[in-house]
Design a protein around this ligand. Structure first.
Ligand SMILES: Cc1cc2nc3c(=O)[nH]c(=O)nc-3n(C[C@H](O)[C@H](O)[C@H](O)COP(=O)(O)OP(=O)(O)OC[C@H]3O[C@@H](n4cnc5c(N)ncnc54)[C@H](O)[C@@H]3O)c2cc1C
Length: 252
């Protein structure tokens, strides 16, 4: 196991998980982690798979609460309980369109994973300040960093950079992961401009396997389709996602 700090409150953990790799399908899938140090946090926490190499997988995590703060204190030799791989994957990046990848905050983890598979792509990563970034802003290589305070890369959210990149491509396609306000903004831009888009949703969830129902997300209403029951109206991010096409789901 390796556990290194990448940037402010941002860590990367790499560990052996051959059984998970055997079942792994691709970028977008996640694992669910139980830290077994005390009885204080009995619930699993979902983390996107950021990389797969040999028999190891990597995650990139932000220290926001009890479990991620415990993870940051771990050393080689310590153990965690990992369930996975869970969820679906991004699809269709090899269809010849110009892929534009957008990651906000820790939403960068699955986007970095996808970036390795998409040969020619543009990646836009947003954070609040330069302290939260660990990549270099390199537009000539298709890597665009944005910061709310302009301390590195382009000042502002990822949205203006996404818009200008979309306008510069002939046949764009968007893949995005990040906090809900960012996904909502990407979704409304994509739908208005009819750009094929897949969104990986990071909702709060406890089990990761469809039992707790904590990660329900509303399906978009469609003319002529009458949805009555709970299961007709909602998808679960853990088992139906986390990747959805922009037309499929509605954020509250
Ligand atoms: C499919 C999926 C993939 C994810 N991948 C990653 C990843 O690669 N790296 C990463 O750092 N995190 C990821 N997350 C989010 C991560 O699971 C949560 O941040 C987790 O709850 C942190 O656990 P904690 O005990 O440290 O903090 P908690 O005590 O659980 O939470 C601390 C604070 O963050 C808020 N919070 C927690 N989770 C969320 C959320 N999903 N949305 C909004 N607010 C939240 C809580 O309300 C609380 O205020 C992912 C979530 C999903 C659903």
């Amino acid at each position: 196991m390796a556990n290194v700090q990448l940037a402010k409150n941002l860590w990367s953990m790499k560990f052996k998980a051959p059984e998970i790799i055997e079942e792994y399908f691709g970028a977008g899938q996640f694992i669910s982690i139980l830290v077994c140090d005390t009885w204080e946090h009995p619930l699993r926490r979902p983390m996107s798979i950021a990389d797969v190499k040999g028999d190891c997988i990597s995650i990139i995590y932000k220290t926001v609460g009890a479990v991620t703060k415990s993870l940051a204190k771990m050393h080689p030799g310590d153990s965690i309980n990992v369930l996975g791989p869970l969820g679906n994957t991004f699809t269709g990046w090899e269809d010849g369109r110009d892929s534009i990848l957008v990651g906000g905050g820790v939403g960068l983890a699955p986007m970095l994973n996808l970036h390795k598979m998409v040969k020619t792509s543009t990646i836009i990563i947003g954070a609040r300040t330069s302290e939260e970034h660990f990549l270099s802003h390199s537009p000539q290589e298709g890597i665009f960093l944005t910061t709310d305070d302009g301390s590195i890369g382009i000042r502002g959210t990822v949205i203006p950079t996404l818009e200008s990149q979309v306008m510069s491509k002939q046949n764009p396609k968007i893949f995005a992961c990040g906090p809900e306000p960012m996904l909502k903004a990407v979704q409304s831009f994509a739908l208005e401009n009819q750009i094929p888009t897949q969104l990986s949703v990071e909702s709060y969830m406890a089990c990761g396997i469809g039992i707790c129902q904590g990660c329900a997300i509303k399906k978009t209403e469609k003319e002529g389709i009458m949805r009555q029951t709970y299961h007709e109206k909602y998808d679960l991010v853990c088992v139906n996602g986390p990747v959805f096409s922009a037309e499929e789901v509605t954020f509250d």
